[in-house]
Design a protein around this ligand. Structure first.
Ligand code: GUN
Ligand code: ZN
Length: 429
């Protein structure tokens, strides 16, 4: 139970209600810095009696509860002494059409895609199915404290329209894109290089930057996109530099062997994407388990991010992600934490953090809880270029630039480089 105190809210106008400050009081968890870099003690800002003041959907103050209350004496106070108040979790890689195939038995990646995944995604050609699936997916996100995600829709534009409309109507902060896939897959989930480009372009026009939505150009992976489609995806991303780009990279040994056959001229898996203009800041590569030293150094040099999907990697039997190799050194690769539902076996970011700990143990590195929470919030926000909006508890510092979305070709004003503002704090039992 929580206690709420109110003062005179009965006769307020809608504007007054919106600008009215609410203070959440309880145990607060925020990050001052990156625990991988400075260690947990220096990085974590935990307050056993903290306060988070919110107005108009944005955080306006964070600190000791008594200080925040003293600064905002007229605020509505909600008290949650037994709860942890923190930023919403951010799932940096997930497939909403796959919600019904979680924990599908007995296959590794390529067979799993054919037997379970593509048939589930084919159903999203139907608008009613896509809409119902999108809402069930968002229900699960909320139930698990996930308020932002980077979402793969199916190859059908209607699946993106259904998802974005559902997310918009519920004020989620979401990145999403139509998977582009023109080969090595059943017709029911295929597009062509041309139609994939045109449909994605129309979806960008419809959804990118609308409310809290960001479009992600989404060539599925180098197995199901021909060189012509990868080239078209690269062109599309160049034409829309504020959009994100998401795809799969070096997930499973049998996939990597096939990719090598399909793209014989490339130096390695990452090199295929790079040859087609799909590497850079704002690129989000899922899995990235079996990387070479060259691939890691190109990721470091270009500022691209990775999504670590530990429950999926264990469930599908893909391998053990080397978090330490990604994060070490002066220029760590940005890493976010992801469920990868339906390859992943749970919507719970706690289960996902636990799996990340177990995978790290098997790689000879003990993941600290502070690192795990950081990956699931600030880390994922960084990969999605959303650290100025979500992922931490901090007062919002809006950019002075007129654009509120990320632009790879422009840097933020310096006032924003320290900003780690967040939209929705979330409290747990
Ligand atoms: N590689 C290409 N598509 C997928 C997918 O849907 N899930 C996973 N885990 N890997 C993929
Ligand atoms: Zn995936």
């Amino acid at each position: 139970m929580h206690a709420t105190s109110r003062a005179g809210s009965e006769h307020m106008t809608a504007d007054e209600t919106l600008s009215r400050i609410t203070i959440l009081r309880g145990q607060t968890l925020a990050f001052r810095d990156d625990p991988f870099k400075v260690g947990p003690d220096a990085a974590v800002d935990f307050n056993s009696d903290g306060g988070v003041a919110i107005a108009g959907g944005k955080i306006v103050a964070v600190g000791q509860a008594l200080d925040v209350i003293a600064r905002h004496p007229d605020a509505l106070l909600e008290t949650y002494p037994d709860h942890l108040i923190m930023a919403g979790f951010i799932d940096s890689h997930v497939h909403y059409p796959q919600i019904d195939i979680i924990a599908s038995w007995g296959e590794q990646l390529l067979q799993w895609l054919n037997r379970y995944t593509y048939p589930a995604e084919a159903k999203c050609a139907d608008r009613a199915h896509a809409e119902a699936t999108a809402h069930r997916f968002l229900d699960e996100c909320l139930r698990n404290g996930i308020t932002t995600a980077s979402v793969y829709c199916s190859a059908h534009p209607t699946s993106v329209d259904a998802f974005c409309a559902a997310a918009q109507s519920r004020a989620f902060c979401m990145a999403a894109g139509k998977v582009m896939m023109d080969c090595n897959a059943p017709d029911a989930v295929k597009d062509t290089a041309q139609s994939g480009y045109e449909q994605s372009k129309a979806l960008i026009a419809r959804w990118h930057g609308v409310d809290r939505l960001t479009y992600a150009v989404t060539p599925r992976f180098a197995v199901t996109s021909s060189p012509a489609q990868l080239e078209a995806a690269g062109a599309l991303w160049r034409e829309h530099p504020t959009a994100l780009m998401q795809t799969h990279l070096s997930e499973h040994p049998s996939e990597i062997a096939w990719v090598k056959e399909l793209h014989p001229g490339a130096p390695d898996y990452l090199g295929i994407y790079e040859q087609h203009g799909l590497l850079g800041r704002g690129a989000n590569f899922g899995h990235a388990i079996h990387l070479t030293a060259r691939e890691r150094s190109r990721l470091r040099e270009t500022g691209a991010g990775l999504s670590h999907c530990p429950t999926s990697n264990l469930f599908i039997g893909s391998g053990l992600f080397d978090l330490h190799a990604a994060r070490q050194g002066d220029a760590p690769i940005p890493v976010g934490l992801a469920t990868d539902v339906g390859g992943g076996s749970s919507f719970s970011m706690f289960a996902t953090m636990k799996a990340a700990y177990e995978v790290s143990q098997l790689k000879g590195y003990s993941l600290h809880p502070a690192d795990a929470f950081h990956l699931a919030t600030v880390g994922s926000a960084g990969v999605l270029q959303l650290g100025h909006r979500v992922g931490n508890l901090a007062p919002v510092l809006m950019p002075t630039s007129s654009s509120s979305t990320f632009d790879r070709d422009r840097s933020w004003p310096s006032a924003c480089s320290r900003s780690t503002a967040c939209g929705m704090p979330f409290s747990f039992r």
